[in-house]
Design a binder for this molecule. Sequence first.
Ligand code: GLN
Length: 192
Amino acid sequence: MKAGVLALQGAFREHREVLDALGVDVIEVRVPDHLSGVDALFLPGGESTTMSNLLDSSGLFEPLQVLIHDGVPTFGTCAGMILLARDVVDGRADQRSFDVLDIRVRRNGYGRQIASFEADLDVDDLRGGRFRGVFIRAPLVERVGDGVDVLAEHDGVPVLVRQGSVWAASFHPELSGDLRLHERFVHEVGAT
Ligand code: GLN
């Protein structure tokens, strides 16, 4: 089993480190050929506008969208959540998303003064206590569709959601030194 980590920009190394620690085989995805044989995908945090540009110039946008639509389990964090969302508010006009997760997100929606913060999150059915959420200029989830499960909230706002095999967090689980969310995703989607 092999996990592809989108490695065009942003915090892809940190995802790789978590997956390495879990014993998951990883390929860093930079060109379409890197997608062959991938069983699960991780879209890291970073800058969604830049990632959108690089997805176009690398030729990765269409093949990735097809894979995710076809059901390859995918976990997007922060900018990765924005890339998965159906509706993006306050995005750049030419910014594209894969439209595979029925949520509306507002880029940088937590506002300037608290643009970055940490919070302990209660995650549904996660053993071992609360999960430290690292939020960095995070997207604010403004709407979730009927088919979307909310696995964690902060101040009444969804911060970890799942729709089928597509997961997304507005925080950075790869930055808190806690393997449990990656482990659970990998376990649930059967990619080990
Ligand atoms: N604000 C960034 C964006 O719009 C996301 C920030 C992050 O991934 N830490 O893409």
